[in-house]
Write a protein that binds this ligand. Structure first.
Ligand code: NA7
Length: 537
């Protein structure tokens, strides 16, 4: 930001960008290798996504016993979770506990937003500059910026004229927000909207939901986690974790091996009922072809549509809430508490933007084509520039001054989601075209961090200081990823997985859909084969 003469650079082995789950564990592993490292974090506290997303009702859709680090046996045995699905405050307490327990804070610099990272080929060093005017030099830059951290407020004319307060779920204020007695509008019905709508409805005098596309949601049936259940899980924690790592999503769901079309209608309905009663995203694994076969998928989609019709009393509202424009699961499946039933409350109103689009924000609220909706507060639950957004907001310059954002203008290109060609010594944890958001992200983070740390150890042992990948390796990986993606139904939804929620973003399936277990095997094989596709110096 400053035009003044830059301060002399600090020199480190590694700079890690972001102090969420990924950044904290990466720091821990770097220290274990005896490397000097600093984590730069834009927020006032650690936690990353779980620091920013403190909106009412925020909760993880992966169960508590699985959504946590596995790298330390004492940590996983000693920490206790209170509910089946962890709430945002509880996850944030856990992350803070980890930061203290492993003495991580002394190498974490908060309130520091990275502005640029520039590679000097001659010196084989990265210079990282921050918005606060600091410069750091490091051999390695490791991105731990997160996949869902670049919040998006859509362009809506007149927002600056609004006389009330407005919020984005992904950038929520840390001081208490009280909606009691207020008329609140929520825009967006993805996971965040579906979580916050029932919570806001409990407080607000009046709630108006502005829905562009209806979404499929499965009940969480959240509740207290008993000491016995927790103890039973902990008794076999190690085995559970090992097994989870071999699965498609890093989560111990019941993965069916049967086609939905191979069983009778009665059997299919019974299986969907059983999964619905159990709750959560386990539902989409009821049969093994739901993501691959449109006819199979339709049986699951129709089951959920019927549930919506059964819960929502007003048939007109139920029809608006019923998704028909994408196969179930090809947009991130939502997991809710009382979402559809919230529309039975007399003070909750649904506006379908497909029928009545937003024209502008006016001082008194939101003006749609047909009406002016008077509001005291607006909540944007409008999502993120997912997977690539946070990285592209940093001015990253690799070999020959090439810009990462420009290189990725037609879609990100990486080898294993770990590195791009022309950007040596820059690792991306849960980077584009790695399993990331298709998985329990903590499991994916640990896999990436461990792989990177092992690679750095290998380099230490060999006395190498430079690692790069090349266009051939990237091309091979991209072709493989696209080949698998083309065999699924994911291309049929306008989802953030494909960048479809950001105007102008290229349509590329951003996470790798080949499954975490397979992906891990490929990464291990690459390492065992002398880090095939990487070059060292
Ligand atoms: P999502 O899943 O991207 O949902 C965003 C919602 O906002 C979705 O319903 C969008 O409708 C809607 N949206 C986005 N832009 C607009 C505009 N311009 N006008 C009206 N409505 C809009 O984000 P979330 O934060 O809910 O969830 C992200 C992930 O975080 C989630 O999947 C979990 O993994 C955690 P659309 O469907 O695009 O028509």
């Amino acid at each position: 930001m400053s035009n003044a003469v830059p301060a002399p650079a600090h020199s480190l082995d590694a700079v890690v960008i972001g102090a969420g789950f990924a950044g904290l564990y990466m720091l821990h592993r770097l220290r274990g290798l005896g490397l000097s490292a600093r984590v730069l974090e834009a927020g006032d506290g650690v936690g990353g996504t779980w620091y920013w997303n403190c909106y009412p009702g925020a909760r993880c859709d992966v169960e508590s016993m699985q959504y946590s680090y596995s790298f330390d046996e004492d940590l996983q045995q000693e920490w206790t979770w209170s509910e089946r699905y962890p709430s945002q405050p509880e996850i944030l307490r856990y992350i803070n506990h980890v930061a203290d327990r492993f003495d991580l804070r002394r190498d974490i610099q908060l309130q520091t937003r990275v502005q640029s990272a520039v590679y000097d080929e001659a010196r084989r060093l990265w210079t990282v500059s921050t918005e606060q005017g600091e410069r750091l030099e490091a051999r390695f830059v490791i991105s731990a910026v997160g996949c869902l951290s670049a919040a998006r407020v859509p362009q809506m004319p007149g927002l600056e004229t609004f006389s009330g307060r407005w919020y984005h779920t992904g950038n929520w204020p840390h001081e208490a927000v009280d909606f009691s007695g207020l008329r609140v509008g929520v825009i967006g019905t993805g996971s965040s909207g579906i979580q916050t709508i029932p919570a806001i409805a409990r407080q607000a005098a009046q709630l108006t939901v502005f829905q562009r596309s209806p979404n499929f949601s499965i009940p969480a049936w959240n509740g207290p986690l008993s000491a016995e259940a927790q103890q039973a899980w902990k008794a076999e924690y190690r085995q559970h974790r090992e097994k989870a790592r071999t699965t498609r999503s890093g989560i111990l769901y019941e993965y069916s091996t049967r086609s939905a079309l191979s069983v009778s209608e009665d059997e299919r309905q019974a299986e969907y009922e059983r999964r619905w009663a159990r709750g959560g995203a386990n539902f989409t694994h009821a049969f093994n072809d739901l993501f691959f076969d449109a006819r199979a998928n339709e049986t699951a989609a129709e089951f959920v549509r019927n549930k919506i019709r059964g819960i929502v009393r007003d048939p007109a509202v139920a029809a608006l809430l019923t998704p028909t424009d994408h196969p179930i699961g090809t947009k991130r499946i939502c997991v809710d508490t009382d979402y559809y039933a919230t529309y039975n409350l007399p003070h909750v109103k649904l506006v379908s933007l497909r029928q009545d689009p937003i024209r502008e924000i006016v001082p008194q609220g939101i003006r749609t084509e047909c009406a002016t909706h008077e509001l005291d507060a607006i909540v944007f639950a409008t999502g993120y520039d997912a997977v690539t957004g946070a990285l592209e907001r940093i001015d990253i310059r690799g070999e020959g001054g090439r810009s990462l954002a420009r290189e990725w203008a037609r879609g990100p290109r990486t080898y294993l989601g770990l590195m791009g060609a022309g950007f040596p010594n820059l690792f991306t944890i849960t980077g584009p075209i790695s399993p990331s958001v298709f998985t329990n992200v903590v499991v994916s983070i640990e896999q990436h961090v461990d792989w990177i740390a092992d690679c750095l150890k290998h380099m230490q042992d060999k006395g190498w200081r430079h690692i790069a990948t090349d266009e051939a390796a990237v091309e091979g990986w991209m072709a493989h990823a696209q080949d698998i993606a083309s065999k699924t139904l994911f291309g049929q939804a306008n989802s953030w997985y494909l960048g479809a929620n950001v105007p102008g973003k290229p349509r590329v399936l951003l996470p790798y859909i080949g499954g975490l277990g397979n992906y891990t095997a490929i990464c291990d094989e690459v390492a065992a084969d002398g880090y095939r596709g990487f070059q060292f110096a």
